[in-house]
Ligand binder design. Structure first.
Ligand code: UN1
Length: 508
């Protein structure tokens, strides 16, 4: 760990900005990054003041004028080199993510793998930013569409995926010809600095101008500056629904573009036709992975009455076997929550469950004693609930898994859809009809609907995001790139007359 910190932390000190090539001194307040693993102070960075922010945006706007002229495959080749640099530093960066954020080592490395994967995707995409051609209704006319970059793309990310979510946005935005400004969570500033440090080695070799890929550290105030700033063509924000409502409304007030990927309240339906062993692995990883702090975390299990008792017994046994502790220890399944504030929210949810008539079925609560001195470790918890338990409508960012009994698939789907969020969902069944009903228009209302897979751990190749209070945006794969570009429709007349569309006859 010391080598990792030596590589990244010292250089991050007092630098709240990065223009893609070099650190930028900023003059705002100091943010201290404490590891939730052992409460150690691992880095200090200064935030950007309004003046610092404006200087960074100006540099980005200037860089866009150059970057947009570089052919997309050339931009892609630079992203290919970044993927190579990430491959070389995967363990190092993964370890830093684990230490600063608290997720297990395998998940930290998995997050860096997700960065590498999106880079590879973006490289291919750099030769496939296709538009369509259409047949014109007029003779000697051709009609086609092309895609141009938007300009400066603002990226706001959360602590739980401190590096991958930035890369989903930034890599696609960059190959599309945009420049980017990233405001990471103030809870994970060092992981963000590390990403830019790795990127800058590649940018320098390729003589990419300063300002193409920027970092600006700060709190929600910086996020609000970005939302309000007409110089930012697209604000892509990943985080809580509360944050997204505020960012979304500010961007909408200036008719700017927004891409929101917000909270989830994800459920797995386990039918009487499910393979229960497979369902168990999917449910447990989905519920306790990243200590319940993924937007795709499984928060609800909706279980058919015929298998309910049997499955809940298996679940309780599995929870008893979970190893909670230092995430840098490869034997550990569940690391700490991000901070003590998150622990308070977890504890408040436990109280609410009991007050509202739910029943806690496993050991639950904050852990103390040897190895848990940071005060951020909690036991993953299972709670039995009726579908009307009020606390279950909220996304508590902690490992709390509600189990609910159902009788008919229709009822299960109603419970699954009966929350304000609409990110990820899954059904466990070997019955084709059940699976197809779940995927049909009468089924899940979420952006992600899986069969015999849990709710978390989506691959980068698909478009990622969800409906309702999840915000409606799509990041990452498929054709999500279109959100980072503007579509231009062009009609060209190569004839000698000027026939008008819709057959309009107009003579001077
Ligand atoms: C998030 O929690 O914001 O599907 C992203 C998953 C990960 C990404 C989660 N690939 O769980």
């Amino acid at each position: 760990m010391e080598a990792v910190l030596d590589q990244f932390a010292i250089r991050a000190h007092n630098n709240g900005g990065f223009d893609g090539i070099a650190h930028q001194l900023t003059k705002g307040q100091e943010i201290s990054s404490f590891s939730p693993v052992d409460a150690r102070l691992i880095a200090k960075v200064t935030t950007a003041t309004q003046a610092d922010y404006q200087a960074i945006i100006q540099k980005a706007a200037d860089a866009f004028l150059i970057w947009r002229t570089w052919p997309a495959p050339k931009r892609g080749d630079i992203i290919r080199q970044f993927a190579e640099a990430l491959r070389a530093q995967k363990q190092m960066l993964g370890k830093l993510v684990s230490y600063e954020m608290g997720k297990s080592l395998v998940e930290g490395a998995g997050e860096v793998q997700e960065m590498i994967d999106i880079c590879d995707f973006a490289v291919g995409l750099s030769r496939q930013l296709h538009g369509l051609t259409m047949h014109s209704e007029r003779p000697s006319h051709r009609m086609y569409e092309q895609w141009h970059p938007l300009g400066v793309v603002g990226i706001i990310t959360a602590f739980n995926f401190p590096v991958a979510v930035w890369s989903w946005n930034a890599m696609i935005a960059l190959v599309a010809g945009n420049v980017t400004v990233w405001k990471p969570s103030e809870k994970t500033p060092l992981a963000a600095q590390a990403c830019l440090q790795i990127l800058s080695t590649v940018f320098k070799v390729n003589q990419v101008p300063a300002g193409v890929c920027n970092l600006v550290q700060g709190s929600g105030e910086i996020g609000q500056m970005m939302a309000a700033d007409p110089a930012i063509s697209l604000v892509s924000a990943t985080g809580s629904t509360r944050m997204g409502m505020s960012v979304g409304q500010t961007v909408a007030a200036r008719l700017g573009k927004c891409l929101l990927e917000l909270g989830g309240n994800n459920a797995i339906i386990i039918t009487q036709n499910a393979n229960l062993d497979l369902a168990l692995t999917g449910a447990v990883f989905g519920a306790v992975g990243t200590a319940g702090q993924r937007c795709t975390t499984t928060r609800r299990l909706i279980i058919h009455e015929a298998v309910y008792e049997q499955f809940v017994e298996k679940l309780k046994k599995a929870y008893e076997q979970l190893v909670i502790g230092n995430p840098l220890d490869p034997k550990v399944h569940v690391g700490p929550l991000i901070d003590q504030q998150a622990v308070l929210q977890y504890e408040a949810a436990l109280v609410a469950i009991e007050n509202q008539g739910g029943q806690i079925l496993s050991k639950a609560g904050k852990l103390s004693g040897d190895g848990f001195e940071s005060g951020c470790y909690v036991r993953p918890c299972i709670a039995a609930a009726n579908s009307d338990l009020a606390i279950m409508q909220q996304e508590t960012f902690a490992p709390i898994l509600y189990v609910i009994k159902y009788k008919t698939l229709q009822e299960a789907i109603q419970i699954q859809n009966g929350v304000p969020q609409g990110l990820s969902s899954a059904i466990m069944t070997d019955n084709l009809k059940e699976a197809e009903q779940f995927l049909s228009v009468l089924g899940s209302d979420c952006g992600i609907a899986n069969v015999n897979i849990g709710t978390s751990g989506a691959e980068i190749g698909g478009a990622f995001g969800g409906e309702k209070q999840t915000g409606g945006g799509r990041e990452s794969g498929s054709d999500a790139w279109k959100a980072y570009m503007r579509r231009q429709t062009s009609t060209i007349n190569y004839g000698d007359d000027l026939p008008l569309a819709q057959g309009i006859d107009f003579h001077l």
